[in-house]
Design a protein around this ligand. Structure first.
Ligand code: NAD
Length: 273
């Protein structure tokens, strides 16, 4: 038996959407566990704040501007990461999200949802995961090792009401996670692993308007449903996603590829009755 190690210290982690609520928490924690973190985001100034915070706490991080939907931008970001750290051990495809215009509501019937909104959500989540994997995955293929962690969602297992494109895009991410895991292992190296986490419900910008009534601050009927359907009867905290990511990124998961790990307070296990 080899040693079981959760140690990620010294590994280079690239986090897309790293200035966001979940992925900034992830970047900070990965750095606390000794990883060198490249915080990639569309908004460089926000990524810089995250990186500065990490460095101020004695960690190692850089902020890099990157649009996950633009190959040139990703390649430029990859060059910056390689110039600074020389390799890529972990890619976390965190950029993603939903938007109101692609969500059914009293004001937005399914029949009227604009194509632009549908495509925006599909592209950001799905292509925004595939394209950085093309660029940083190439580095991993050249190295012969590496590990990708995608961010799926509960919406991938059974679609959530209202969020049509988001559910489809996250299902596509889970599917891509399996596809890519097999492709890397068969075509390049069985030391390149691809997995995903599927967070349950966390209160963040993308879902706040759906879960909390902006006038009263109380749970909306949908918010009540979410809490009922989550056996732990609470929302998750961003830091609660980190353990799963560290597990997947470490040697402890050396025989794990192509899985989607729910981190959901039991949401997926509960049929609702
Ligand atoms: P967030 O909006 O706080 O963060 C997303 C980040 O991605 C932002 O910093 C944004 O600037 C960046 N971004 C957007 N478009 C980009 C682009 N084209 N290129 C590069 N960066 C871009 O979102 P979050 O709530 O922290 O979610 C992070 C991930 O977790 C998303 O994939 C989301 O779908 C997923 N997720 C969230 C929840 C939840 O409950 N909030 C649940 C399941 C999954």
């Amino acid at each position: 038996m080899g040693k079981v190690s959760f140690d990620i210290s010294g590994k280079v982690a690239v986090v897309t959407g790293g200035a966001g609520i979940l992925c900034s928490a992830m970047s900070i924690k990965l750095a606390e566990f000794g990883a060198k973190v490249a915080v990639l985001d569309l908004f460089k100034d926000k990524a810089q704040e995250v990186a500065d915070g990490i460095v101020a706490n004695g960690g190692d991080a850089i902020a890099v501007e990157c649009n996950v939907l633009n190959k040139e931008s990703i390649e430029k970001a990859c060059k910056e990461v390689m110039d600074k750290y020389g390799r890529v051990d972990i890619l976390i495809n965190g950029a993603g999200g939903n938007k109101k215009e692609a969500t059914t509501s009293e004001d937005m019937k399914f029949f009227d949802i604009p194509k632009d909104a549908l495509s925006w959500v599909l592209e950001l989540n799905f292509l925004g995961t595939v394209m950085p994997t093309q660029v940083f995955g190439k580095v991993m293929a050249d190295q012969g090792d590496g590990c990708v962690v995608n961010i799926s969602s509960m919406a991938a297992f059974t679609p959530l009401t209202k969020t049509i494109s988001y559910s489809a895009a996250k299902a596509a991410i889970s599917n891509f996670t399996q596809w890519m895991a097999v492709h890397f292992a068969k075509e390049y190296s069985n030391k390149i692993r691809v997995n995903a986490i599927a967070p349950g419900f966390l209160l963040t910008q993308q879902n706040y308007y759906l879960l909390i009534d902006k006038d009263t601050g109380e749970a909306t009927p949908r918010g009540e449903d979410v809490l009922f359907k989550t056996p732990m009867n609470r929302y998750g905290e961003p830091d609660e996603l980190v353990g799963g990511v560290i597990y997947l990124a470490s040697e402890a998961a050396s025989f794990v590829t192509g899985i989607v790990l729910p981190i959901d307070g039991g949401f997926l296990a509960f049929a609702g009755v």
